[in-house]
Design a protein around this ligand. Sequence first.
Ligand SMILES: Nc1ncnc2c1ncn2[C@@H]1O[C@H](COP(=O)(O)OP(=O)(O)OP(=O)(O)O)[C@@H](O)[C@H]1O
Ligand SMILES: [Mg+2]
Length: 173
Amino acid sequence: MGPLTLPAGALCVLVGAPGSGKSTFAARYPDTWRVCLDSYRRMATDVEADQSATPVAAEIQNLLLDARLSRGLTAVVDSTNVFPHVRAGLLARARYWQRPVTAVLFDLPLPTVEAQNADRDRDRVVPLHIVREHHQLLPDADQLHHEGFDAVHPISELLATGTPPLPRSTCMP
Ligand SMILES: Nc1ncnc2c1ncn2[C@@H]1O[C@H](COP(=O)(O)OP(=O)(O)OP(=O)(O)O)[C@@H](O)[C@H]1O
Ligand SMILES: [Mg+2]
């Protein structure tokens, strides 16, 4: 069974707290589809958590999104995207290029997310208070529809229906 089938040329926005499985999910798709602020921060500074590189990382992400969406190529945004203004920027980009926009909502219970976060390699573990803050900010599916997402897929439903969240080989950072 393959990953969730996305409409051709869609912008797919992953929405979830650190440790909720976004990158694991994104790794089901071709790696060229994935845009990820953490990766660009790391490329700019060697440290993916270095927030001083967020502006340059956002510029790179926006350039890549425009390059892909303008060509009708699918893009998967692998960031937490828990803040409404961040989602609004992504929705505006998809609308500008007249592309369908899908959200995958990582609506897992906090204890599950905390456990997954704690089980990661030591240098990948995100401080607990940040996991909790982000989890509290999670929107529900109705809110995402209201914001303008054409389709919303709660990961709890995908897991229940057997859409595999785990990558074929290994999870990307
Ligand atoms: N469905 C799942 N079942 C069990 N473990 C999972 C599942 N999805 C992801 N994991 C594990 O949870 C941990 C966190 O996953 P992942 O790195 O994908 O989270 P993330 O949302 O991308 O976090 P971050 O926002 O910090 O990048 C990893 O060790 C991963 O192997
Ligand atoms: Mg990740």
